[in-house]
Design a protein around this ligand. Structure first.
Ligand code: PMP
Length: 427
């Protein structure tokens, strides 16, 4: 036995001591932040427990609050039709799809949902995954490989970055929503790539601005790449009927190669989708690891998403109300002198306040005023650009929006006046 002999001839292996998790830099960072917030007497604003389904309002610690921290864009999370359809589906199919659809088989709702999404977009086909995050990871890593190039907006979501990394493709980024910079990258990339993919978001999750689709399509015609649009925050939001970025610009949805979105926001469920050509869907269903080797979407979640799409199509006034609320929020915030950055006043309106500590303190102050809104701090955004991020819903009332903007401006002014003198403390 040759293996056994060569192993016997090896010198004894040095004893290897694996590090404790407590020794990891990430753990030390968490503990340092905890220590700093305790020293400064600032409560942790994250992981606040809610005692109800959160939408335009929520209940925390037994207090009813105005809520801007849930993605219930069209107020469908508790809608009677959505809940009823979910209940019926549980009655028939139970909770789980039990295994990959490849082996455990389809449930009628899988096909129904995929057909509905394709029809909603006006494209040929769609494929669903068990989360929005997984959709980006699975789709990008399936389509792209080491011989390929992915160019993306510098602000794309972490899930798309994870997909690119997994794909092994070369990665380049361009300045946020700057198609001149994208063209510069396209002109200057050296190398003979097999495929090129450009990834943008319909509405950017941290800033609330809209991708410049017409300019992207012009570049696509010239330079020949696959265009992928993540519509997590624009499906149900942009366009008169909420059809998203293509409707917003009056563009044929076939012009975009890969429409991607999540079921967790507008459609108040959980899961994600890719929509596009029949060939694209066939490739993903056959070879995306996150589809083939992962459980199928829970039928109940698929049913809730279908019911949500029904309502979205039947009641375009919800999209109109969301848009009215977004514009009102943006207008009032600007009038109050708040820095709303690039936001177009749709589903996401940030209020940029500077360092992380100020954002955390402002969130806590507003909580005591009866408003739940979360800070976004480094590393999710660059240091110095910490913000409160307001998710608008169609259910917010004008009174709630006015009160929130007024109190945010007041609290922020008080913070400025108090001046912590703690620049550089990063929590
Ligand atoms: N893409 C974008 C732009 C997102 O903002 C998010 C989540 N906020 C996702 C993908 C992932 O979606 P999900 O949370 O449904 O997994």
């Amino acid at each position: 036995n040759r293996m056994a002999r060569s192993e016997r001839e090896l010198p004894p292996a040095p004893r290897r001591q694996q590090a404790r998790f407590e020794d990891l830099a990430e753990y030390k960072q968490v503990m340092a932040q905890k220590f700093a917030s305790e020293q400064l007497g600032i409560a942790n604003p994250f992981y606040r427990p809610h005692q109800t389904a959160a939408g335009a309002t929520t209940v925390i610690d037994g207090r009813m609050l105005i809520n801007f921290a849930s993605y219930d864009y069209l107020g469908l999370n508790k809608h009677v039709d959505v809940v009823e359809r979910a209940r019926e589906t549980i009655g028939t199919f139970g909770i789980s799809a039990s295994a990959s659809r490849l082996v455990a088989g389809e449930r009628p709702v899988h096909m129904e949902l995929e057909e509905r999404i394709a029809r909603f977009y006006g494209v040929d086909a769609a494929v669903c995954f068990v989360s929005g995050y997984l959709t980006n990871v699975a789709a990008i890593s399936c389509l792209m490989g080491p011989k390929d190039l992915v160019i993306h907006d510098e602000f794309i979501h972490n899930s798309a970055l994870a997909g690119i990394k997994l794909s092994g493709a070369t990665r380049r980024l361009f300045k946020h929503n700057d198609t001149a910079d994208l063209e510069h990258v396209l002109r200057t990339v050296a190398g003979d790539y097999r495929h090129i993919m450009v990834i943008v978001e319909g509405i950017y999750s941290m800033d609330g601005d809209v991708a410049n689709l017409p300019a992207l399509l012009k570049l696509k015609a010239e330079y020949g790449f696959w265009l992928m649009v993540d519509e997590a925050h624009s499906m149900g939001v942009l366009g008169k009927r909420g059809k998203g970025l293509a409707e917003h610009f009056g563009i044929d949805p076939h012009e975009v190669d890969i429409w991607m979105g999540t079921l967790s926001k507008t459609t108040s469920s959980c899961g994600g989708y890719v929509a596009g050509s029949a060939a694209l869907a066939a490739v993903l269903k056959a070879s995306a690891g996150g589809f083939v080797y992962s459980v199928g979407l829970a039928p109940v979640l698929g049913a809730a998403a279908v019911a949500s799409i029904d309502i979205l199509e039947r009641e375009p006034e919800r999209t109109a109300a969301l848009r009215r609320n977004g514009s009102l929020f943006l207008k009032l915030a600007k009038e109050a002198g708040l820095d709303t950055g690039l936001s177009g006043g749709y589903s996401v309106v940030p209020v940029i306040v500077g360092d992380s500590l100020r954002a955390v303190q402002l969130s806590n102050d507003l909580l005591s005023d009866g408003i739940n809104v979360l800070p976004i701090i480094h590393p999710a955004v660059p240091e110095g650009f910490a913000r409160l991020r307001f998710f608008i819903t169609s259910d917010h009332t004008e009174e709630q929006i006015r009160r929130t903007v007024t109190l945010t401006a007041e609290r922020l002014n008080n913070l400025t006046a108090r001046n912590f003198g703690l620049g550089g403390v990063d929590i």
